[in-house]
Write a protein that binds this ligand. Structure first.
Ligand code: HEM
Length: 134
């Protein structure tokens, strides 16, 4: 991840946040379509999905690359997914869906630089999460 990515995603967060309903609807529909097993883990409630999606954005945006607090939080998130029985492969597939929808849906709202920063921040975060699962 580039050094300034965190600053960039923070500065344009509101543009992404504004589209949370559209983004979460598309992302969950695509995840449920392509990873049907995910349905049993995730709540069907649309409001809750929207909040869950916003938490993912915020966690990814805020998570520092290094440091004890970041490692502790990442370990907690891995444990949460392990306990649910979510596999590394499922997380990677969901990550690719998220990245693709963010690319498509935000193209008109973000600059190319902002798009790339979001892509790197979410990708790094999701791969780090997947790395601890089996
Ligand atoms: C098929 C793959 C996945 C499944 C089934 C899954 C499932 C879940 C579930 C059930 C929760 C519990 C909280 C809730 O119900 O909202 C959760 C939390 C979370 N997941 Fe995943 N997840 C997947 C992939 C991912 C990916 C790709 C990321 C990151 C890019 C991610 C990041 C998170 C984060 C940050 C939380 C905590 C949210 C919060 O604190 O509300 N997950 N996940």
């Amino acid at each position: 991840m580039e050094r300034d990515d965190r600053k960039t995603v923070t500065s344009c967060f509101s543009k992404v946040f504004q589209k949370k309903a559209l983004l979460s609807t598309k992302i969950y529909a695509e995840i449920f379509d392509q990873i049907p097993e995910a349905r049993k883990f995730m709540q069907g409630d649309v409001l809750q999905q929207k909040e869950g999606f916003v938490s993912v954005l915020i966690e990814a945006m805020k998570m520092p690359q290094t440091g004890e607090a970041a490692e502790r939080r990442m370990e907690e998130l891995r444990q949460l997914h392990v306990q649910l029985g979510v596999t590394a492969q499922q997380v990677e597939r969901a990550l690719n869906i998220i990245l693709e929808i963010l690319r498509e849906e935000l193209a008109a709202d973000l600059t190319a630089e902002e798009q790339k920063a979001w892509d790197r921040v979410i990708r790094t975060f999701g791969l780090d999460l997947a790395a601890g699962l089996s």
